[in-house]
Design a protein around this ligand. Structure first.
Ligand code: PMP
Length: 361
């Protein structure tokens, strides 16, 4: 099997060491002579595993005890709707910051359950510049303020945390959670689909301040109620056992890599390397995002001549550089540089880009 580097935006690359371990344990998990997928989630060994997964995450992100950790299903998309179902009563409003495709979608999906108020939008800037924190005109009576810390398609990322006073801050961190240290205590609720920096698709990680789930805001089946999931340790019904297990292997791998500070340094260096190659190409390659808003995780870029796109993609694949085609909404290219993408992958990409520019100049 040839060596390839996977720049997929999601489902994204998983650490090779994690896949190798999963492969080694596949037929005989913890000496049980069965795979982890074939065992009761109520078994002692599976419950012990989930406790370890949570403990590892709490250690990685220094999660305070007044926050619950949930391993849910439904993708981030389901929680666009389920969050207002749980946090808002009839007539309540919530403020949304629209900074790209995913935050716009979050606001639309929330609207049947809460009065969505637009606090800021960068739509008129084609989402190339994030709305500055001091421009956020959020409703002082909002039950929460929602924003997306990293826009996977538009390649913009907030590198600091806004201050919204006493209002709970709710953040979709699907595409940059675990890319560096996080001040969890600044948030009311954090959620993230797993398929970028956490594990395989089918798991949604949620970190939520327990007091926010205390009141019953509307009648709702238990399966939708986060408080019921907390009470049942994320086992209200059959969880995604395989996804939960792999997520745990990723957390162990992150600890072995040196934790969040080490990942942050590595991710920063990878992104700087790619942006430097783009900016230093004399316009051959372009990233039009305001430099202060640039994402370390998703780097969209275009070639100076779109007629070269097909050749670029074909030759990149031959060179083992996979999944670089941009999202259809933007066209061009996109390289996603999540935790599992090693620095060598980025080095291979930038040297291919320089070589391509020389040959097709
Ligand atoms: N939010 C962000 C930032 C995303 O990147 C994505 C998916 N790529 C979603 C939400 C939606 O996630 P899902 O497909 O798991 O529902």
């Amino acid at each position: 099997m040839r060596q390839v580097w996977n720049f997929s935006a999601g489902p994204a690359a998983l650490p090779k060491a994690v896949l190798e371990r999963a492969q080694a344990e596949l037929l005989n998990w913890q000496g049980s002579s069965r795979s982890v997928m074939e065992q009761s989630h109520r078994s002692r060994s599976f419950i012990a595993m989930t406790e370890q997964v949570e403990a590892d995450l709490r250690e990685l992100l220094a999660i305070p005890p007044d926050y619950a950790v949930l391993f849910l299903q439904g993708g981030a998309t389901q929680h666009f709707a389920q969050i207002p179902m749980n946090l808002a009563s009839e007539g309540d409003s919530a403020s949304y910051i629209i900074s790209g495709h995913w935050s716009a979608k979050a606001a639309i999906e929330a609207s049947p359950y809460v009065r969505v108020k637009l606090a800021a939008s960068s739509r008129n800037d084609a989402y190339r510049r994030l709305p500055a924190f001091d421009s956020w005109a959020y409703d002082p009576d909002a039950v929460y303020v929602h924003y997306t810390t990293n826009e996977t398609i538009h390649g913009v990322e907030y590198h600091a945390i806004p201050d919204v006073g006493e209002i709970p801050l709710v953040a979709d961190m699907s595409s940059n959670i675990l890319s560096g240290p996080l001040a969890v205590e600044r948030f009311g609720l954090i959620y993230a689909g797993a398929q970028k920096n956490i594990g395989p698709s089918g798991v949604v990680l949620m970190i939520v301040r327990r007091d926010l789930l205390q009141c019953t805001v509307r009648p709702m089946a238990r399966i939708f109620r986060y408080a019921a999931h907390v009470a049942a340790s994320s086992m209200l019904n059959t969880p995604n056992v395989w996804g939960w297990y792999l997520t745990g292997l990723v957390f162990q791998w992150l600890k072995e890599q040196g934790g969040m500070r080490a990942m942050e340094q590595r991710n920063k260096a990878k992104a700087e390397c790619l942006y430097a190659a783009i900016d230093g190409s004399g316009g051959y390659y372009q990233n039009r995002v305001d430099p202060a808003s640039r994402s370390r995780m998703n780097v969209p870029f275009t070639l100076h001549d779109h007629a070269l796109d097909a050749d670029f993609l074909k030759e990149a694949e031959l060179a083992g550089l996979m999944a670089i085609k941009g999202h259809k909404a933007l066209g061009g290219m996109r390289a996603s540089l999540y935790n599992a993408v090693p620095p060598e992958a980025v080095e291979a990409l930038v040297s291919f880009m320089a070589d391509f520019a020389r040959r097709h100049g």
